[in-house]
Design a protein around this ligand. Structure first.
Ligand SMILES: [Zn+2]
Length: 256
């Protein structure tokens, strides 16, 4: 019996080291998230290893891009308090995708209209599981969240006077979205900025399909050019930002 316990302990330690190594390799070599970084009306708030976008849509309301990993939404509420606002001031949440580290505090903002691409709604609401090698290990359970506004590729959503352009970028998850707001391209987990400033695609271990993700990013670049979009900054969820569209163009060309 004792011997069995010893073997079990060794197996558990090896598993922990293995998972730790995989996570370290996945997250190493990225530009760090810069908490409090601002681009016009947009401010980045760091919640653990996830960036949340806070968009001041007028002087008494904000919209969020994702709600981080912490279910209590503490850092978001602290940011609201800094602006002398209550949780009710969050008018909308643009969900990049339904992984738990992006929708943690979705239930904390009673007035927020929750928006996600139609193909992502089952994941956000917890009626379907994600298909990546790690996400598929987690049980499917209702998140208690209801998506209020179902988005479609190409939609333009008005947040007060701010137009938001919606792009479907399937791959990391089936309904991953990128949002272009006032020159800022929120790209979720579809890409990260590496420490050398280059974009890199989403890590395979957390993604439904890395190859689909890369194809989506290449087509996103073409569509942004076709739309005459002025991209001033690319904002990923788990790294620092990149300036202009050029890093995405370089990434897209690298796939040809
Ligand atoms: Zn993700």
């Amino acid at each position: 019996m004792k011997r069995l316990l010893k073997v079990a302990a060794v197996v558990i330690v090896i598993l922990i080291i293995g998972v730790g190594t995989v996570l370290a390799v996945t997250f190493m070599g990225r530009q760090p998230i810069v908490d409090g970084q601002e681009f016009g009306e947009i401010r980045i708030v760091e919640d653990g290893f996830t960036a949340v976008g806070v968009i001041a849509i007028n002087d008494h309301q904000v919209a969020l891009v994702d709600t981080g990993q912490d279910a209590s939404g503490e850092v978001i509420k602290r940011e609201l308090a800094r602006r002398k606002l209550q949780p009710e001031a969050v008018a909308a949440v643009l969900v990049t995708h339904g992984h738990p580290d992006h929708i943690g505090a979705l239930g904390q903002f009673p007035q927020a209209q929750i928006m996600a691409l139609e193909t992502e709604v089952p994941l956000v609401e917890g009626r379907a599981g994600a298909k990546g090698p790690v996400p598929r290990l987690f049980p499917v359970s209702p998140t208690g969240v209801t998506v209020d506004r179902v988005l479609h590729d190409g939609d333009v959503v008005m947040l007060d006077t701010f137009p938001v352009r919606v792009y479907a970028v399937p791959g990391h998850t089936a309904g991953s979205a990128a949002y272009l707001v006032n020159g800022a391209l929120f790209i979720g987990d579809s890409a990260d900025v590496a420490s050398d400033g280059r974009l890199q695609g989403s890590p395979w271990i957390f993604s439904d399909s890395q190859s689909e993700n890369r194809a989506s990013l290449a087509s996103l670049e073409q569509r942004l050019i076709g739309d005459g979009a002025s991209v001033k900054v690319i904002i990923p969820s788990h790294s620092g930002t990149a300036s202009g569209l050029a890093p995405l163009t370089t990434f897209a060309r690298g796939n040809e």
